[in-house]
Design a protein around this ligand. Sequence first.
Ligand code: GRF
Length: 202
Amino acid sequence: KRLVVLVSGSGTNLQALLDAIAALGAEAYGAEIVAVGADREGIEGLARAERAGVPTFVRKVKDYGTREEWDAALAEAVAAYEPDLVVSAGFMKIVGKEFLARFGGRFVNTHPALLPSFPGAHGVRDALAYGAKVTGCTVHFVDDGVDTGPIIAQGVVEIRDEDDESALHERIKEVERRLLVEVVGRLARNGYRIEGRKVVIQ
Ligand code: GRF
């Protein structure tokens, strides 16, 4: 299967996918990364793709007149690589109608909290501020809400008294990287159906 991965930051989730595919071979893993896209330049995520010899593209919101035009341009750039699955791995933008019309049902996101708790851009900080005792990560399909799509898998992380946002986020990301690699591989190898809110991996 063909994967396009979207990033906005350090790209350690992308790296985990690249490493798993390099270690197992694309055939055994079930997928290869055919391109990495971003909404900004100069990020480590793009450098990781370049080091791995994977083509990259950047579509910045500010280069387009409207958010809709940006969304259509992003969808077009992704579509050029004919992906079976698109993975948002720390991609910090909400996509729009056009993108979802083309990739809905095959657009996977990873979120650093146990959805439906703590959606949005600050899932780690919000769980900590709330005083939750456990949090974690959620791999889910993207729908037209913010972190509301059908859940594929979750991993649990305990919150410690001494945690700050960055220490907690690091422990979540360790679980998140393993979960994302496992889930994307299973989706790619086995195929899946989405039945309402339920994701059935065949
Ligand atoms: C992940 O925790 C992701 O869920 C969140 O941002 C982080 C991205 O990390 N939204 P990286 O860029 O993959 O290192």
